[in-house]
Unconditional design. Sequence first.
Length: 176
Amino acid sequence: MSIYTDVEFYVVEGFRGVKRSGIMSLVAIGIVTVSLIVFGFFLLSIVNLGNIVSNMGARLDIVAYVDENLTEADAEALQQRIGQIEGVERTDFISREQAWKTFKDDFGHKLDLKEVVSDNPLPNTFAVKVRTPELIPNVARDISRISVVNEIRYSGKLIKQVQTLVDAVRLGGFII
């Protein structure tokens, strides 16, 4: 017997079974369809939320504001010190002047900055890229212990909330 006759037999028998018990076949087809739609919805939600968390984590940086009187040599030494902290992938120093120039380029055409401020109010900044989002709180804590660091900013709470949402969707999909 060839494979084509086997397939033909199963297809013909399938249609005969549907004819014999029409309502039950429609109910079974409906249940399978609804189950696949629900499964697909949760699978799509989990994958998309996971990608959102990954993308947010990849974009998250720690921003450390330091003394405005920091010299270039001190900035290089501090950059190396921050780079040695476990979990730090990259550290970029942004001087007050560089930050002010970028700010003026971005917003100078929208408002007259000379009317608003007379001098550069921006601090020297270190943008710190961390390997994984889970390490951000520990790295931020270690950086904040450095004496010349005035303030640390990062969005760790946001990542935790989104990760909680992903876990809830996974659990809900598993239960359903």
